[in-house]
Write a protein that binds this ligand. Structure first.
Ligand code: ADP
Ligand code: MG
Length: 403
């Protein structure tokens, strides 16, 4: 069965992959090349938790561009830490929440946290504040210590502003004489978002910052090679291909996610063409098939009206040959999209918020124009996503009724 001949007899289908799941976006690798130092630092920040968990709650910020390994780092840490705590017989949980999946709502995020411990907890009838108390009560009852990782933390700051974040960070101070239960890891792209919070919330958050630099081309080569050896059959991916993919990912601002997605797609092209090896040509095909930095899952996470708003924007750029559009043009296009989907358009203020959050996720870019006849106005650009593609994707998602 181990001979090649045997394999060919068993299956007509040849594959360059050994284990495709190792290329899945949610897979957390055991090793994170070029993040050893950061992982150790994170361990260091929380090391007291293993000794005296009740004495102090920790807060750490992880920042860095898309694909610099923020999520992977935090999850690797969470798994390592849980294992270590388990060995020492400590009752300890790492809970990872992508805030964007909960539309940045503190209430929904807390509901999720409660459900981690009590899956059947009644969902209705509580305010966010009450839920916060309930969470702490549960942790006390179960005598458990939690590190809550708030991934895509920016979406919560955008949605909730200072108050909610303040509540969360000051939680321990109102629980005098009780053990410290809840530590936080806040993960976000850019510290600028934090500047929106009031000074005291900011200062409680900013004490420990781990900033992840973009990967260099050589670092990406190492990361990709690691994945190649676990996901592909021996010698299926030549060095040239890895180099090319690293080059592409490095020009995509050192984005490891982009690199790994390219690697996976290149493998798919090799399979389709019945090749034994993933040639550089496969990688080129892969790159032209990818819409950089946009994933369908990113779009699906947008709210219904955000999708309509973005649909309007996509159409603006599809029709004309222009490089930018004004907010009022976008507003009109959005109104038309609302009509089409038979909903009442949201207010100008609301659109303004959508625009900011779309800009925060890099889907659109905004600029302030000072040359217009009426002074300063906001210009919207679509930097990297082909408008046709964006429109098609959004219509797909909207039509599936996932709004
Ligand atoms: P971010 O959260 O910063 O956008 P991710 O943590 O999602 O980035 O990383 C993107 C992809 O790259 C994931 O598939 C992740 O496993 C992988 N990755 C990132 N950094 C490394 C690394 N140092 N070693 C191995 N894989 C990595
Ligand atoms: Mg992430």
């Amino acid at each position: 069965m181990h001979s090649l001949f045997g394999v060919c007899q068993v299956s007509h289908y040849r594959s360059v992959f050994r284990d495709e799941t190792k290329l899945d976006i949610n897979y957390v690798p055991h090793r994170l090349p070029h993040r050893d130092r950061e992982l150790r630092l994170l361990m260091e920040f929380f090391s007291f938790l293993l000794q005296f968990p009740e004495r102090m709650a920790q807060r750490v910020l992880i920042t860095g561009d898309v694909g610099t390994g923020k999520t992977a780092l935090s999850q690797r840490f969470g798994a390592d830490m849980s294992r270590e705590a388990g060995k020492q017989g400590k009752n300890f949980r790492y809970v990872h929440v992508n805030c964007r999946e909960y539309h940045g709502s503190l209430f929904l995020i807390l509901q999720h946290v409660v459900s981690v411990f009590h899956p059947n907890f009644p969902q209705r009838g509580y305010s966010a504040e009450e839920l916060l108390r309930i969470v702490m009560q549960i942790l006390d009852e179960e005598n458990v210590y939690v590190i809550l990782a708030l991934d895509e933390f920016g979406s919560m700051v955008e949605r909730e502003g200072s108050d909610a974040v303040y509540q969360l960070t000051r939680l321990q101070e109102v629980r005098q004489n009780k053990p410290q239960r809840l530590s936080l890891i806040c993960i976000l792209r850019n510290l600028n978002l934090i500047s929106k919070l009031d000074a005291s919330t900011r200062s409680t958050l900013q004490s420990n910052i781990i900033n992840l630099e973009r990967y260099s081309k050589q670092q990406l080569v190492d990361i990709l090679n690691d994945r190649v050896s676990s996901a592909f059959k021996l010698s299926a991916v030549p060095e040239d291909t890895v180099n090319l993919i690293a080059e592409l990912a490095s020009s995509e601002s050192g984005n490891a996610r982009f690199g790994i997605e390219l690697l996976w797609r290149a493998g798919k092209y090799a399979n389709v063409e019945d090749l034994d090896t993933v040639t550089p040509e496969c990688a080129r095909k892969a790159v032209s098939s990818i819409v950089p930095t946009m994933r369908k899952s990113d779009l699906a996470l947008l709210g219904f009206h955000e999708k309509l708003f973005l649909l309007g924007i996509a159409r603006l750029f599809k029709q004309g040959q222009k490089a930018s559009a004004t907010l009022s043009e976008a507003e009109q296009a959005y109104a038309i999209a609302c009509e089409e989907y038979d909903v009442k358009p949201n207010s100008h203020t609301q659109l303004w918020k959508y625009l900011k959050s779309l800009a925060a996720t890099d889907i659109v870019r905004t600029e302030v124009s000072t040359t217009g006849s009426r002074g300063r106005s906001t210009l919207i650009c679509l930097p990297r996503i082909p408008a046709h593609e964006l429109e098609r994707e959004l219509k797909d998602i909207l039509e599936k009724g996932e709004g």
